[in-house]
Design a protein around this ligand. Structure first.
Ligand code: GBP
Ligand code: ZN
Length: 282
């Protein structure tokens, strides 16, 4: 099975998974239809389905245009808000595309209808793959827009954290450098964080994706997967892993907020200061 990693929009990933013998294929998170169609054509693939992790537009904006282009296309997802949805999924549902199997893993929290996809190929020795959308990122996790720390704890420790440790992680955004900068604040002495951050910065420089990582790796540097580590407990001032998760997320939400402001917003702010009416000098 071949996984094409496709960078779209500012920092999103769209994926095309192809069974090499039959050319049967499915996509994960089709945000830009034109770009996907172009790659499907170039690969000579037969696009059967789109799997959508969640309803945010940067993950499903392309669905309606794809249905126009491929009228028999199945659009799968677990949330009625997903544009173009044709097949609603439930937890543990399995799908098959030629020899490729998909197990759907319900991971609500970033959104209440978020699904992750565990993928493996029959009779193939390759490591399995997880398409984790905005639940698990390389070095981090998604914001809790529609869920709780309890839910993300369950997602990361039970639902995803018990998958085979060699599972390759393909996530929804390229956030690795900023995630690991936060990880370093949490654990300043963690050598694995330092190594991965240096590696990710170099990749960034050359504009090369940092996906996939592996589940095994994530346990070494992702603070949201290290809730029982003494250093992480110390940073959050909590012992209970759900409380550690809650505080970590809150800290990450506020981490370097100013630096993350887009430049136009900073300029607009500065201009607004300049044009502020001041009392005329006498
Ligand atoms: C950063 O890291 O630079 N400020 C962030 C990026 C996923 S995209 C913006 C952000 O908040 N990203 C979201 C996230 O979960 N980030 C993880 C983190 O900050 O640690 N999105 O596109 C976001 O989900 C979106 C779309 C959000 C529609 C709300 C709606 Br409505
Ligand atoms: Zn999202």
């Amino acid at each position: 099975m071949k996984v094409k990693v496709i960078s779209v929009l500012d920092d999103n990933y769209m994926y095309l998974i192809i069974e090499e013998e039959t050319k049967e294929a499915f996509a994960v998170d089709a945000s830009v239809a034109k770009k996907l169609i172009e790659i499907v054509r170039k690969e000579g693939a037969n696009l059967k389905a789109v799997l959508t992790t969640h309803h945010h537009l940067d993950h499903c904006r392309g669905n309606p245009d794809l249905t126009q282009r491929f009228p028999d296309l199945h659009i799968y997802g677990a949330d009625d808000r997903i544009g173009g949805l044709t097949h609603k999924l439930v937890h543990n549902q399995e799908l098959k595309f030629g020899g490729i199997n998909v197990r759907c893993l319900f991971t609500p929290c970033h959104t209440s209808g978020h699904m992750s996809f565990f993928v493996w190929e029959d009779g193939c020795a390759d490591a399995p793959a997880l398409f984790s959308g905005d639940t698990l990122f390389v070095g981090g996790c998604g914001r809790f827009f529609e869920g709780t720390a309890e839910q993300m704890y369950k997602n990361l420790t039970e639902t995803l954290g018990t998958l085979p440790s060699d599972t390759k992680i393909f996530c929804g955004h390229e956030y690795t450098v900023r995630n690991l900068k936060f990880a370093l604040k949490v654990e300043p002495d963690n050598e694995r964080v330092k190594e991965k951050l240096a590696w990710a910065k170099a990749r960034d420089e050359d504009d090369i994706p940092t996906v996939p990582s592996s589940l095994e790796e994530e346990f070494h540097y992702n603070p949201f997967m290290r809730l029982k580590e003494e250093a992480v407990q110390k940073f959050t001032g909590k012992m209970d892993p759900v409380e550690v998760m809650r505080v970590l997320r809150k800290e990450k939400d506020n981490f370097k907020k100013k630096e993350q402001l887009p430049i136009p917003a900073i300029l607009a702010f500065q201009l607004s200061l300049l044009s502020e009416s001041r009392p005329a000098k006498k």
